[in-house]
Design a protein around this ligand. Sequence first.
Ligand SMILES: NC(=O)c1ccc[n+]([C@@H]2O[C@H](COP(=O)([O-])OP(=O)(O)OC[C@H]3O[C@@H](n4cnc5c(N)ncnc54)[C@H](OP(=O)(O)O)[C@@H]3O)[C@@H](O)[C@H]2O)c1
Length: 318
Amino acid sequence: MLPKLLITGATGFLGFHILQAAQTHWHVVGAYHRASRRRAQRFFGEIDNGRIDLGDFSETKAMMAAVRPAAVIHTAAITDLDYCEQYPHESLAINLKSAVHLAGLCGDRDIPFVFTSTDLVFDGAKAPYGEADPVTPINVYGEHKALAEEGILADNADAVICRLPLLIGYAGLGRETFFQKMITAFRAGQEITLFGDGIRTPVSGAVAAQGLLQVVGSGFEDDVNVAEIERVVGLLHLGGRDVISLYELGLLILQLLGLDDRLAIPISLSDAPPGQNDRSFLAARSANVALDSSRAYELGYDPPSLRTQIAKLLNLDC
Ligand SMILES: NC(=O)c1ccc[n+]([C@@H]2O[C@H](COP(=O)([O-])OP(=O)(O)OC[C@H]3O[C@@H](n4cnc5c(N)ncnc54)[C@H](OP(=O)(O)O)[C@@H]3O)[C@@H](O)[C@H]2O)c1
């Protein structure tokens, strides 16, 4: 019998990709929140799943007792930066408190718990960032993720905190991704403004999912062996190998699509200061949050080049 893997946030962008990739080695159970059960079941197919508000601790505890997972990957979160800025109490409840609570429950059961954190725990002033660098969040989302990391490791020293970079690809269910919007606009001949000073180490959702599954199940071996492996614990960066600005990312996509590179218009983060004009955001944006992921690479995480990942997403032979 396959071991049970609980994926929270299964209807989200990353959850969907983990769910796709996990089924060979795991009996997958997906938890989600607002998506209707019917819609989720159409999306999940035969996979067990459950609707839950992770903000309700008794519901979470009951779910863990009912599912009895062998491991948990926690991707559920409120991920809209501006929404978190506007509704910090909601962000606090989900991005911080529920994550720490779930990590504690996994610690009690001595099962692997993988938390999906973000490069946005850093302010962007001193990239590239390694695991040992101190966190310096500049918005509510980043602050609650950073506090969650601290709370999780204080409660469950065997937890893994995977800091993820910008993820690209197509959403299975739920809102359209930044990448999807960019492709749609470019294909329609529409110009897009992109930050020339917003620098990241992106990977596709599928590559991130693979990295997380390596971490949770196999100690970077091919098979799943939760009981016997020497677990990876603590902080781990799962960034890509390419350090690239959002503007350069747009150019790369245009080049691969064979479209006019003038459709990507470079702008600066200083052109859109938080809360000051129509084009601005509520939450401050970090500039260069490139991750140094050499620890993960040494362990066996091996993201292909960004060009290869994008070509695969676009179904191109390159
Ligand atoms: N996407 C990126 O570029 C990126 C980059 C760095 C880190 N990350 C991290 O990766 C993780 C996944 O991100 P994502 O982009 O896949 O997020 P997403 O698409 O916004 O999905 C969020 C998921 O969380 C669920 N959720 C939200 N509130 C919940 C609640 N109260 N109870 C239970 N489930 C709840 C949602 O369920 P419903 O849809 O059913 O409400 C959805 O399945 C997050 O931890 C994020 O911080 C993402």
